[in-house]
Design a binder for this molecule. Structure first.
Ligand SMILES: [Zn+2]
Length: 331
């Protein structure tokens, strides 16, 4: 899989312009930003690391989570996601151009993975809820596996909730924190949600209310201690104006443990690190000297076999920049 498959190059320029207006919208409300402790461990000794897009990034001295503080308040974030030009641009241009690639390369493998998780856990016709269902591609692919007895998407954005309903997906049109009592689910999945949130611990507390005792939660987010994120640092595309929380495998496990989950398994199944770093080299975002002679040589070879070995190593050593956590709510 290549980055261009899911982020078409020709459309990235328009998205850049929309993104700049989004950043300006956030910065205009800087007076409402709130200082926060580390979102994983609660320690408040996070030394400033760098500024990007007007956001101050810190690194927790205790658990090495990178986080934005001060950060936009919940009220600012609500207005931001309602008014985001970047999201509107994505909906109008990028999503239609890349939906089938995204379905095939991102959502179908994820659906296969939750189906495997359900089987491995001995679940019979389990109920699954996806928090942040978006365009419903994951729910559709989960439905196609035939493994699940019930599939529900939680989606607070009215347009997206409507798209999911049109696909015949059952939708709870609400923020997860505001859901009233529901029949609990066997598996809860939230892909690339937790890095955006003001308070990840509060989010997990809300998620717990949706999961039955012994049920599973599955999260994905960037890994700030990955190949792409370490080598590129602030130049990594994972570091943007929307992401407020940058966990690593150990701090994600810590966060889940503090939220009351057990049997926590954190992996880094990412497939794009090598491609992302090579693109950054080609675009001059990073200089070969910054990689050191060995990695510069390795990437300069541009050999598919070597790339596959390297990406496989990164995945197995939990050094890919994409993180996945599976955990169980105690029975
Ligand atoms: Zn910490």
């Amino acid at each position: 899989m290549k980055v261009a498959d899911i982020r078409p190059d020709a459309l990235m320029e328009g998205q850049q312009a929309a993104m700049q207006r989004d950043i300006a919208m956030l910065q205009a409300r800087r007076a409402e930003f709130v200082e926060t402790p580390c979102p994983a461990c609660g320690d408040d000794a996070g030394a400033p690391l760098y500024e990007k897009y007007g956001m101050t990034h810190r690194r927790c001295a205790a658990c090495a989570t990178q986080y934005v503080s001060p950060r936009p308040s919940p009220a600012v974030l609500r207005d931001f996601y309602r008014g985001s030009e970047n999201y509107a641009y994505f909906a109008r241009h990028i999503f239609p151009a890349s939906a089938e690639q995204r379905r095939e390369r991102l959502f179908r493998p994820r659906a296969a993975m939750v189906a495997d998780l359900a089987r491995a856990s001995g679940m019979d016709r389990p109920a699954l809820v996806e928090v942040g269902a978006g365009y419903g591609l994951f729910c559709e692919e989960v439905r196609a596996t035939g493994v699940f007895g019930r599939i529900v998407g939680v989606e607070p954005t009215p347009d997206l909730a409507g798209i999911c309903r049109d696909k015949g997906i059952e939708v709870i049109e609400s923020a997860v924190e505001e859901i009233d009592a529901v029949e609990p689910f066997d598996i809860l999945a939230a892909f690339e949600v937790i890095e955006h949130l003001f308070d990840p611990a509060a989010f997990l507390t809300a998620c717990r209310q949706l999961v039955r005792p012994g049920g599973r939660i599955l999260l994905t987010c960037p890994n700030i201690q990955g190949f792409d994120t370490i080598l590129l640092g602030s130049a990594s595309s994972a570091v943007d104006h929307e992401h407020l929380n940058y966990f690593n495998p150990d701090s994600m496990a810590l966060l889940l443990r503090r939220a009351g989950f057990e049997d926590i398994e954190v992996t880094t199944p990412g497939r794009l690190d090598v491609d992302l770093v090579r693109r950054a080299l080609a675009e001059g975002t990073v200089a070969p000297a910054q990689l050191g002679p060995f990695l510069a040589h390795l990437l300069d070879r541009n050999d598919a076999g070597t790339d596959t070995l390297l990406q496989d190593f990164l995945r197995r050593a939990r050094l890919s920049s994409n993180l996945q956590a599976v955990a169980r709510l105690p029975a």
